[in-house]
Design a protein around this ligand. Structure first.
Ligand code: GLY
Length: 396
């Protein structure tokens, strides 16, 4: 997929990252980090925070590093992360549409590597709960639970992020031979393809459906700057999420949907290669979200691989051979490399005395705080490099 020089860059960057991570994973071995404060990981593993939606990414990083190096330190940290999530499986309000983000990179990853039956059990419990969120009138998986002080009615809400959780359902069907999980995933993906993707290829963050009769009611700006805007991490979730549904089902609709979002994303990458929080944010606002760049890179690499496979099955004339240079697959891989190289050169903290990797990540446009380190940015940056190295443990 990559020429020699690019392969060398991938391996240099991956080795550099692993060297840093060997140190900070030891320092944070008994934590489940979300961000860093003054260069030190915080810890979301206490009773109050254990259900936090990002609590699977630390374990996922450890499984990727275990796949890369075979070092037992990484596997032990991943196993500890997985076990510590167990109380959440007994906490109805702690479970939600993000079950895939928590249990695919932990329990399911463990099961894929070790065939541990306890890990399989955890994955299936999480999948069962995710499937139980399905609204059969609207054919969507409900986002979020109602929280204290909440004034919105969330019963009809679905979000683009949920596309990344569907692989938990595809996995559950593959493991059990029971098609119900996959049927729910496919119905949700069909609804999302119809209602979230706008004509220009951008996506809504939140769509509200009629929860009794089905049908779209309205959209919300969610974590982006406003209604109709283009929250970049949402674009990246859609890009990668539809790609994953295509990989699991081979349904052309999901490939077309992923390509439409990818084309929109690639066209909107700014000159400097750094991704804003929202592609529609006002010019005078410079806030970035490095997580969107890393997640989009993962989706673009998978799309490029898909194109490469299709091309490998065809016979090319000499003229077509030349034209391949500018075909879709190479466009996607070039864009992914540009995003990753920009992050590595300008937005990765390589100081191994500090615990973060990606800097300038942002959870939501309207939050009080912007541009700090976030664990899923670190996770997807690592996953993208692992994909390019050919060593990835496929988590989704
Ligand atoms: N899934 C929530 C987020 O991307 O912030």
């Amino acid at each position: 997929m990559l020429e020699k020089e690019k392969r060398e860059w991938v391996w240099e960057t991956l080795n550099r990252e692993e060297q840093k991570m060997e140190k900070f994973s030891e320092r944070s071995a008994h934590k489940i980090p979300y961000t860093t404060r003054d260069g030190v990981h915080d810890d979301r593993s206490d009773d109050e925070n254990i259900a936090w939606w990002t609590n699977g990414f630390w374990g996922g990083m450890m499984w990727q590093l275990y796949a890369l190096t075979g070092k037992v330190q990484y596997r032990q940290i991943a196993e500890e992360n997985e076990r510590r999530l167990d109380p959440v499986l007994m906490n109805y309000n702690g479970l939600d549409h993000d079950n895939g983000f928590r249990w695919l990179p932990t329990a399911v990853a463990d099961y894929r590597v070790t065939k541990n039956p306890q890990s399989k059990n955890r994955g299936l419990l999480a999948a069962g709960n995710l499937a139980g969120r399905y609204n059969s009138a609207g054919k969507f998986i409900r986002a979020w639970n109602d929280w204290e002080g909440n004034t919105d009615d969330h019963r009809g809400w679905a979000i683009i992020d949920c596309m990344m959780n569907l692989p938990l359902l595809y996995w559950a069907s593959e493991e059990t031979g029971d098609p119900r999980f996959r049927q729910i995933a496919v119905n949700h993906a069909d609804t999302a393809a119809e209602n979230f993707i706008r004509p220009d290829g951008s996506v809504h963050h939140i769509v509200e459906f009629d929860f009794e009769k089905g049908g779209m009611r309205k959209s919300y700006g969610g974590q982006g700057c406003g209604v109709g805007s283009s929250w970049t991490r949402g674009q990246a979730w859609g890009l990668y999420g539809f790609t994953l549904s295509y990989l699991h089902t081979k349904a052309p609709l999901y490939l077309q949907s992923a390509q439409k979002i990818a084309d929109y994303f690639v066209t909107n990458i700014p000159e400097n290669g750094l991704i804003p929080v929202d592609f529609c944010q006002p010019r005078e606002v410079s806030w970035e979200d490095s997580t969107a760049a890393a997640i989009a890179a993962c989706g673009l690499i998978e799309l490029a691989k898909t194109e490469e496979k299709k091309e490998a099955d065809r016979d090319y004339t000499e003229k077509e051979e030349k034209d391949r240079e500018c075909c879709r697959g190479s466009l996607y891989i070039r864009a992914a490399l540009r995003l990753l190289k920009t992050l590595a050169a300008r937005r990765v903290n390589w100081n191994d005395e500090e615990d973060d990797l990606l800097t300038r990540c942002t959870a939501a446009y309207h939050d009080a705080e912007h541009e700090y380190s976030i664990i899923y940015g670190d996770y997807y940056f690592l996953e993208a490099l692992m994909k390019l190295s050919g060593k990835e443990l496929f988590i989704w």
